[in-house]
Design a protein around this ligand. Structure first.
Ligand SMILES: Cc1cc2nc3c(=O)[nH]c(=O)nc-3n(C[C@H](O)[C@H](O)[C@H](O)COP(=O)(O)O)c2cc1C
Length: 484
């Protein structure tokens, strides 16, 4: 039988929330009184080394909607989402959403694609966000907007046929078993990687010309950038040693800086990784037990190759040190992959349709995010670090956020799923408005179940706009068919 967990909505007092945290044996601190106005820790500006000021400590995480056109332009759903990013009140817009630098690297047939033909679509997205922000908050002077650049690697599904068309750096048998990847599929050659780097440089220049102040060189969630970090078994200049596994990043930074010197760069990184999880016949989810011929699990960057679900921060620390030496100040920390261990990346009460019953109280997952970031922040006080994975905190999100920012455990609190249901949460917190409980994300995971079944993403249970779309019934039907 799958375990059941106490719903956050039931933990209505600080005392109950604290007792529940204690019962889980985790460290997750929060403040009991929310501060608003200029004195709030979350309202404090952050000044980057360049002198660029970011107006407060809320960040909107990249959130794609699987809702672009087949040729990679934004649709009205995409524009609405970016408008909400602007209305949120958050002053750091981390990437908007994943944007493929090349067609073959699109994670789905509706992912945005940056190329000559699509530039005006990106202009519309940025303008819409800026205008919405100006209308709500008067000025965009302290608003920083970046664009997330990506290639989806082994999770590329670029075409209308919806088929997985993986570009891989090395063979990863346990993940390939789940996704039926051909064990003889050739890996990308070094020359192909070098060509791809040129596409990133072109995309970065285009982003800069469109007015984006930074690009995120995405290194997370199992996509190509992240896969480099665990390419231990790959021969040649992009695999094996730490130096080789980070060559892609170093090349990107050097070449983009040479081409567009005034463009800032940031990196969103899955700083730790885990093996895939599967649900057993007993309803309990566990990590798979794959071992190579040396008895190791050799695929988890930031993991322990002997003990598959333990963390080892040696290489993550080296990675942040590398970012520091590359003069990259903007760092966004996430964990794991939503494909093979969604409970790690996005703690949720209800799994997506391709997921499994949560193997731990989702608050344990939130604490893993928060405490891992705090450890790294302590080692790298001069990096501007965004934390992820806060949405499961629901009503308690601002209370934990106020604590983590005040105590220097993180610089910016990133909002992912929460921005789909309740984009104005940051504005309400900062202005001292009562939180709108009915709009708080309850982590139903419909925003993932939709796309996993070929549909757009959105909050079908709580957002009236999505409730009224035919996809809302289709997502319900998918969930019903899983239950029965
Ligand atoms: C529907 C959906 C779309 C997402 N799109 C992206 C994306 O485009 N790029 C990215 O780096 N992460 C993406 N993520 C991950 C989120 O940015 C975030 O890391 C995750 O949801 C955990 O944060 P949260 O607890 O605030 O939701 C997405 C997550 C969801 C649920």
């Amino acid at each position: 039988m799958a375990k059941s967990y106490t719903a956050i909505a039931q933990l209505k007092t600080a005392e109950r929330f604290r007792e529940h945290i204690a019962s889980l044996g985790i460290k997750l601190d929060f403040e009991e009184d929310l501060q608003s106005g200029d004195d709030s820790p979350l309202a404090q500006p952050y000044t980057l080394k360049t002198g660029r000021k970011i107006g407060n400590r809320f960040s909107i995480l990249p959130m794609e909607g699987w809702d672009g056109t087949l040729d990679g332009k934004p649709s009205e759903h995409t524009i609405r989402r970016w408008k909400h990013f602007g209305q949120s009140g958050a002053k750091l817009i981390w990437g908007g959403e994943a944007v493929a630098v090349r067609h073959d690297g699109r994670a789905n047939r509706n992912q945005l694609l940056i190329n000559d033909a699509n530039l005006s679509g990106f202009e519309t997205l940025r303008d819409t966000l800026m205008q919405a922000h100006t209308e709500s908050f008067g000025s965009t002077d302290d608003l920083l907007i970046g664009l997330q650049l990506t290639h989806s690697g082994r999770f590329s599904r670029p075409d209308p046929d919806k088929l997985l068309k993986p570009s891989i750096l090395y063979h990863h048998p346990p993940v390939e078993a789940i996704y039926n990847t051909d064990p003889d599929l050739p890996v990308m050659t070094d020359d192909e990687i070098d060509e791809l780097i040129e596409e990133y440089v072109r995309a970065a220049r285009q982003a800069y010309e469109l007015g984006f102040e930074f690009v995120d060189l995405k290194h997370c969630h199992g996509y190509l950038g992240h896969e480099f970090l665990s390419a231990y078994s790959r021969p040649g200049k992009y695999g094996g040693s730490f130096e080789n596994r980070t060559r892609f990043l170093r090349e990107l930074v050097t070449k983009i800086r040479a081409a567009v010197p005034d463009l800032m760069m940031g990196v969103r990184v899955s700083i730790i990784d885990y093996p895939p999880y599967r649900e057993g016949e007993d309803g309990i989810s566990r990590p798979i037990t794959y071992r190579d011929e040396n008895g190791e699990y050799p695929f988890a960057f930031g993991g322990n190759s002997d003990k598959a679900d333990e963390i080892d921060l040696t290489e993550p620390n080296a990675f942040l040190e590398l970012l520091r030496t590359l003069d990259i100040e903007l760092v966004n920390i996430t964990v794991g992959s939503p494909y093979y261990n969604p409970h790690v990346t996005r703690p949720a009460m209800f799994p997506p349709s391709d997921g499994y019953a949560p193997p731990e109280d989702p608050l344990v997952g939130v604490a893993r995010h928060v405490n891992t970031v705090a450890q790294l922040k302590a080692n790298f006080p001069d990096l501007a670090i965004v934390g992820s994975g806060y949405s499961y905190l629901q009503d308690w999100l601002p209370y934990v956020a106020q604590h983590t920012v005040r105590s220097g455990m993180v610089d910016f609190v990133g909002l992912g799923r929460m921005v789909l249901t309740y984009p104005e949460m940051p504005a309400d917190v900062l202005q001292g408005n009562k939180l709108q409980r009915k709009r708080i994300c309850r982590t139903f995971s419909d925003c993932t179940t939709g796309p996993r079944n070929g549909m757009i993403s959105g909050c079908f249970p709580l957002d009236d706009y999505y409730k009224a779309l035919p996809e809302a019934d289709a997502v319900k039907a998918v969930k019903q068919s899983i239950k029965s």
